[in-house]
Design a protein around this ligand. Structure first.
Ligand code: G3P
Ligand code: MG
Length: 246
C-alpha cells in the first residue's frame, strides 16, 4: 500500500460553494472551516505561467473573455475572478500556482492539483505542472496530481515520477486496472455516481486509493466512507467538515 497522508475530506476548488472557485480567497475560506486539504484546477497561460482556472474560457468565473490559455500572464493578472461570485470578492485575482503553494504552506493544507490543460495542451501542461509542484511543495506533504487527460498524466509521470498521481474518470472505463498501473497511479478519482459497494471493494483490492467527487449530501458521504472510500471531495465545505465521520 502506498504512502497516503491525505485526509478523508477535501474542499473542492478551495472553498466549495462558499467562495469564488480556484482563488486564494477560496483557500482562505476552506481553511476558515478547518479543512486540511483542497482540490483545485491548474493550467498554463500562453507564456507558460501556471495559474488556477477550471474552464478553458474566462467568461463563467471572471470578467475576462476568451480562451485563458491563449493569453499571456500580463493580461490574465488583470482579470477579476471574484466579482462574479459576490461584491465582497471584487478584484480577487487569478492565482499563480506559486501563490497557492505559499497559501497552502501558511494554512498547513495539503493539495490535490488537478491538471486541467487547455484543450490540446495535455503533455506540456502535465510536464510543467509536475516539475513546478516538485519545487513548490518542497518540505510539505507531496501534492496529489490528478487529471482526466491521460497524456497530461503520462507527462507528469515522466517529469516527476515520485509525485503521487490519480486517474480522474467521469465515465467508467473497463481498462481502469491496466491504465492506472501503466500511469503508476496511487489513486483513482471517480464521479461518485459511478460507485457501488462492490466496485469500491474491487478497486480497493488492487491497493488503489479512491477519491470521489463531488459529494454534497452528508448521507451519501457517510455511505461512501462506510464502503471504504478514502477521500470525499465536496462543495458543501461547512456541512461536510474536516471531522466528518461515516
Ligand atoms: O478533481 C475532482 C473534480 O474537481 C473533477 O471535476 O470538473 O470539478 O474539475 P471538476
Ligand atoms: Mg477539479
Amino acid at each position: 500500500m502506498s504512502n497516503w497522508p491525505y485526509p478523508h475530506i477535501v474542499a473542492h476548488r478551495g472553498g466549495g460553494k462558499l467562495a469564488p472557485e480556484n482563488t486564494l480567497a477560496a483557500i482562505d475560506v476552506g481553511a476558515h472551516y478547518g479543512h486540511t486539504m483542497i482540490e483545485f484546477d491548474a493550467k498554463l497561460s500562453q507564456d507558460g505561467e501556471i495559474f488556477l482556472l477550471h474552464d478553458d474560457n474566462l467568461e463563467r468565473t471572471s470578467n475576462g473573455w476568451g480562451v485563458a490559455g491563449a493569453l499571456p500572464w500580463r493580461d490574465l493578472l488583470k482579470v477579476d475572478a471574484g466579482s462574479w461570485f459576490g461584491k465582497e470578492f471584487k478584484g480577487e485575482p487569478l492565482p499563480l500556482l506559486a501563490e497557492v503553494a505559499d497559501r497552502c504552506r501558511q494554512h498547513g493544507m495539503m493539495a490535490n492539483i488537478e491538471i486541467k490543460p487547455t484543450t490540446g495542451s495535455g503533455p506540456l501542461t502535465g510536464k510543467v505542472i509536475a516539475l513546478a509542484a516538485r519545487e513548490l511543495w518542497e518540505g510539505m506533504p507531496a501534492p496529489l496530481l490528478s487529471s482526466f487527460e491521460i497524456d497530461a498524466l503520462e507527462a507528469a509521470q515522466a517529469a516527476a515520477p515520485e509525485l503521487p498521481r490519480g486517474l480522474l474518470l467521469d465515465e467508467w472505463r473497463d481498462d481502469w486496472r491496466a491504465l492506472t498501473a501503466r500511469l503508476g497511479c496511487v489513486s483513482i478519482h471517480l464521479n461518485h455516481r459511478l460507485l457501488d459497494e462492490a466496485r469500491v471493494h474491487e478497486i480497493k483490492a488492487t491497493g488503489l486509493r479512491i477519491l470521489v467527487y463531488t459529494v454534497n449530501q452528508p448521507q451519501r458521504a457517510a455511505e461512501l466512507l462506510g464502503w471504504g472510500v478514502d477521500c470525499i471531495c465536496t462543495d458543501a465545505i461547512a456541512l461536510i467538515g474536516p471531522d466528518f465521520q461515516s
